[in-house]
Design a protein. Structure first.
Length: 142
């Protein structure tokens, strides 16, 4: 009976060490990953935006204050309606998403960040129906 209890205690101890080691490994960023992946999106991004409607130049400024994203956009080009506040800005790994009202459209943006390039697409909705789409390729400004 004592041998069985000692064997179970040894197995439980090894399992506890394994779980602890896995927890430590999961908390360490993989090689090439930033400990704070959102940090790579901070800054000013600028480049062309091409849509089914008006196209032009988009500037995105991404800041973070006390853990809260502060993001603004600006558009240059003929016929581009005024843009409202950026909402639901989110960074997961190298994927960036946000929502914004532009004129009478709800626009959903999704981009991948690789180095100094933010490349993505957008979908514009009106009354819940997608009415336009586009792409953008922004370069991080020095």
């Amino acid at each position: 009976m004592t041998a069985v209890l000692m064997r179970r205690a040894g197995t439980a101890r090894r399992l506890l060490v394994l779980v602890a080691a896995l927890g430590v490994t999961a908390a360490v960023p993989a090689k090439g990953q930033s400990a704070n992946p959102g940090r790579t999106v901070l800054g000013t991004w600028r480049g062309p935006v091409l849509t089914d409607g008006p196209s032009g130049i988009m500037t995105v400024v991404v800041l973070q204050e006390a853990g809260v994203w502060k993001t603004t956009t600006d558009f240059e080009g003929d016929g581009i309606p005024p843009a409202g506040e950026v909402r639901d800005f989110n960074v997961e790994g190298n994927v960036v998403t946000w929502v914004q009202t532009v004129g009478e459209f709800e626009v959903v943006y999704r981009a991948m960040v690789e180095g100094d390039l933010m490349k993505g697409d957008l979908e514009a909705y009106q009354g819940g129906t997608m009415v336009a789409a586009g792409t953008f390729e922004l370069k991080k400004q020095a």
